[in-house]
Every structure is written in C-alpha cells, then in structure tokens.
Design a binder for this molecule. Structure first.
Ligand code: SF4
Length: 449
C-alpha cells in the first residue's frame, strides 16, 4: 500500500511526522508524495489557534475532494492536535474520513490503518506522548534537523490550549536523545535544533531539576554535529549553568529563542506569564551580549492599552532582541483569556502589530549595520545558477531556519548543500543578509573539542 503524509503546524509536528513515516515504513507501507498515487493519506494537524484549525480543516476537506474524485480509492486518517481538540465530533464533522487519533496515540496508527472499521472508540484521548519507537525518517535533505526533547507543558498561559492538547511535561530520556542525535549525525545532519513546548524545563519531571545544560554538553560532544540551536526557552527556567554552557561550547549557537509575549506587568499577569521577564532578559543581555536573542510578542491581548503598547515599544527599542515575531491575539473559546473583559478590535490589534513589527525591524537593521564588514561562518542551504555565477542562500549562527531570513552571497562555483563558508556582511535586504564570499570551507568546524 502506498502512503502519503501532509504535516501542518510547528516544528514539533514536523518531527512527529518523521516518526509517523518510520511507523508507516515499519508497517510495510511505501511512502509516496503524490496524493494521486496514494492509497492512504495521513494529515498531521495543528489546532492551537483559530487560523491553524481552519487550515487543518481545509486540508481535510481537500483530501475528501480528492477521495471523491478517486471514487473513494483513498483512505484518509487524521492525527495530531485537531482530533485531540475535537475528539468524537471529528466523525460528525468529517464523516468521509477513515479514522483519527489524538496526540497521545501515534504508536497505534498502524492498527487503526489496518483495521477495517472507523474505530475511534478503540483509543483513549490521553493528551501527548512520546512516539519515537520506530525511529525516524527525515523529510528534508537539508543539513539541519529538529530534536524534540520533551512533550507537553506544565505552564498555564491564559491564551494557550497546548497543555490540553499535549498534556503534562514529559522529558525524553537522555540516552534516547543521544541515540537519535547520533543517528541524525550519521545521516549527515550538521545542525541540531532543540525544540519542545518549553525546552528549558528539560528534566524537571525526571530529575526534579532543570538539566538542559547537561544534555547540551553531551550533545555537543557528538563530533559530526557542528551546530546546536536552542528554541522555545521559557524565561523562568533559564539557568546560569545553561547560559554558561551556551556561551562556552563552540558548537552551541550563540543564539536563544525566548518567547516573552509582552512586557507590561499588567498584561503579563493577565497572560499568566512570569512577571520578572524583563529582569531575566536584561541579565542575559548584560552578561552574555554575544548571545543573539529572538522572541515573540502577542499584541491586542484583552485589556491592552495604548500605554501597554508604548511600554512594549520602548522595551523593544532597548535592543535586547535581534528578531521578534509579532502575533495578533487570537481568541480561543477553549482558552482562559477568552472570558476576560476588554477584548481589542481586530483592526486596532493589527495596527499595533504593525507598530511593533516596525520597531523590531529598526532594531534588526541597526544590529546588522553594526556588523557591517564582519566575517561570519554560514551553512549553505540553496544554490542557484545565473549565467556564470551562483547565488547561495545560507544561514549564519544567528539565523534559525524558516524564521530569521537567510544570508545571500554570490560564488563563482556551486557549493554543496550543508557546507560551511566564510562570508563578510555587507548589508540587509529585509530580514535577509547580503554578504560577500571570503573562504568557502567544506565539512565541519576546525579545532572543535
Ligand atoms: S509555555 Fe505557555 S504558551 Fe507555551 S505551550 Fe506552555 S502554556 Fe502554551
């Protein structure tokens, strides 16, 4: 049987879809990318905010259309956060699908595919679970891969339903992570991107302590891995030991993604987020200026005043972050924040979003201006020929894939994907960096421990 998978949502879903590919392969399915060829299609969904839910539902409807056009010769299975949210009402909403499972039952996917019945009752809807039992099949040929170190979340941010969709915080064992990292390195991966809902709480359930620093040290000893990047850090669980390890180990990127969401204490309190966020960010900026920070902000949160926006704008202008994703508050009926008074009109929220994005972009431009002429090392990701020249898209130590833009430079000859090259920063073009090639380097970083 031929199986195809569509994955929606965040990098954590990408990793899970790669586990699903291994589960399918283990079940004897041939993996195909063309839905016309496929006998079964799996859509691994997202539903944490309204727009993500709509995208998942549209994708399922598109699959149902294809199924009808193929006279029913396509079995459709839905997995992930949408079934976890909708549970039994999945079948009333999409009676044409053949089965679905929540976030905690991925390892049962083979059974449900092989069973003839539309058998939803067979499985519980326990939220979240670590499903790496059959290994992993990478879905891209790029030189980076995400490593999901934990599932679920113990925080209760008032705008977020992920703890309901993904359950309590469960850390993966260190040995299983080191094994997977070594397999990824053996498969040619040069950059490991550490992800979870909250990476910095790693170990709290296993060792009653935040031990991400110790895990990173062990991962950084895998010789073939040239870069380790940390995303989704939670302000309150960032330890001094972690900052020390990031700043000292050569192959750990001097980069951290720390979503702060806002800075006004009134709004942070309504969001049920740490009130000492400013102190933590200032400490990192002051003591570890070499660590480039990325963050994300929510604007238009209920009861956010112009004064709160002003406070956020002046915080941004202090220049702690090189990158900041800005999201308009999305009202989620299942989230606590939905019952708050003082919701902000979408138009007003959009205007605030633009204000904050512009302020963050100005900071980015200033930071790149200050780096003009600096030589940096980049890893190549794309190579296009035009006449006798090649345009290379690459990423520096401070650029995370998909979210921070690329470093673009010309080369007289093609450079293999996943190679390192030295370039000199010239300027920015939007969030991309324009550079000039210095010395192309191939393979890993010389002189690393
Ligand atoms: S830390 Fe907050 S926003 Fe992030 S997944 Fe947990 S509850 Fe949601």
């Amino acid at each position: 049987m031929k199986a195809a998978i569509i994955v929606l949502g965040c990098p954590k879903n990408i990793v899970e879809s790669e586990y699903i590919l291994a589960i399918l392969k283990d079940g004897g399915f041939q993996i195909v990318s063309d839905l016309q060829e496929a006998d079964i299609a799996i859509v691994h969904t997202c539903s944490f905010i309204d727009s993500a839910r709509k995208e998942s539902e549209k994708t399922i409807r598109d699959l149902i259309d294809i199924k009808e056009k193929k006279d029913g010769n396509l079995k459709i299975f839905v997995s992930g956060c949408l079934p976890q949210l909708l549970k039994e009402s999945m079948l009333t909403k999409f009676p044409q699908i053949d089965g679905y499972i929540g976030t905690g039952s991925l390892d049962k996917l083979q059974n449900i595919i092989k069973s003839q019945k539309q058998n939803i009752s067979q499985f519980s809807f326990k939220a979240g679970g670590l499903n790496y039992s059959k290994g992993r099949i990478l879905s891209s040929n790029l030189a980076y891969a995400y490593l999901k170190i934990a599932e679920g979340c113990n925080h209760k941010c008032s705008f977020c339903i992920i703890p309901d969709l993904r359950g309590k915080y469960i850390s993966r064992s260190e040995s299983s992570l080191l094994n997977e990292a070594k397999q990824l390195a053996a498969a040619g991966i040069k950059e490991l991107i550490i992800i979870a809902q909250d990476t910095t709480s790693y170990g709290i359930d296993l060792y009653n302590a935040f031990v991400l620093d110790k895990l990173l040290v062990k991962l950084s000893k895998i010789k073939e891995i040239s870069r380790i990047r940390l995303l989704y850090a939670y302000p309150n669980s960032i330890t001094d030991d972690l900052l020390k390890v990031i700043s000292e180990r050569e192959n750990i990127c001097k980069y951290m993604d720390i979503p702060v969401q806002h800075i006004s204490k009134k709004i942070l309190s309504l969001m049920r987020r740490p009130l000492n966020t400013r102190k933590i960010i200032e400490k990192i900026s002051e003591n570890y200026p070499q660590i480039v920070l990325r963050t994300s902000f929510i604007t238009g949160f209920p009861q956010e005043t112009k004064q709160d926006v002003k406070e956020l704008l002046s915080f941004i202008k202090e220049g702690h972050f090189q990158y900041g994703g800005v999201f308009k508050y999305s009202d989620n009926k299942e989230a606590l924040s939905s019952i708050l008074a003082g919701h902000i009109a979408q138009k007003e929220a959009q205007e605030r979003k633009v204000l904050i994005e512009n302020a963050q972009y100005d900071i980015f431009k200033t930071k790149i201006e200050n780096l003009k002429g600096k030589e940096i090392e980049v890893i190549t990701e794309n190579c296009r020929q035009k006449d006798n020249n090649w345009t290379i898209a690459a990423r520096s130590d401070f650029q995370s894939p998909e979210i921070d833009g690329s470093t673009i430079f010309k080369s007289p000859s093609p450079i293999p994907i996943g190679s390192f090259a030295k370039v000199k920063i010239i300027s920015n073009s939007g969030y991309n960096i324009k550079a000039a090639a210095v010395i192309p380097l191939y393979g890993g970083v010389a002189g690393r421990a």
